[in-house]
Write a protein of this length. Sequence first.
Length: 250
Amino acid sequence: MSREQIIAGNWKMYKTTKEAVDFIENLKSKVGSSLASIYLAVPFTMISETAKAAEGTNIIIGAQNMNDATEGAFTGEIAGIMLKDAGAEFVLLGHSERRHIFKESNEFIQKKLERALKDDLQPILCIGETQEERDSEKTEEVLETQIKTALKNVSEKDMEKVVVAYEPVWAIGTGKTATPEIAEKAHAYIRKVLKELYGKTISDKISILYGGSVKPANIEALMNEKNIDGALIGGASLDPDTFAEVINKC
Ligand code: PGA
């Protein structure tokens, strides 16, 4: 089964617009022949300039978060249509830093996902268990609840646009990557839940990315696993040489 392979960078709260544009100029000279789709989730303020810099390349620009409303009195928030207007094509939803630092619930993430699809933004739904949940053998239960709640109103047709990212919280920014076996076990479980919800044909087409301390040294082993279709990368996406190295190993 061939699925779209996606290598996505998540810049979190790093870089200025100039640094971001320089990065794109540098990256595009290194990854022109990549077979994987290259996604970059950048800070809001640089969506527009990076989208312009990436025009005509295989680099797709997106955002790291959005609100579930189309507009309104929500100081400090941003709407999907604003992201789209700035040039974003996708949006990360439910990243563990949003869930844990900013206390976003499964229900809020569900509403955002529904709105992202209406606003024609491709959602990358991030899910993952904490160390404590893994230690108490709750990983599958947590993943199932996160998936089923977030996808509550997503039709079969819309589901073909959704990407899922499995990011165990204990592996994010810690240098502690899940082994390929641990990651594959979780990915296979996620696909099983997706199959239960949408059937085999659709679940077989959904790209499931792994995230958590991915770097040039571990990408190949992860990508060799049957249900791992790409990666969502934080730290190693900030330097164009390192990020290009990851991409070119896929
Ligand atoms: P990391 O972050 O690659 O730095 O662990 C991954 C993420 O937060 O998406």
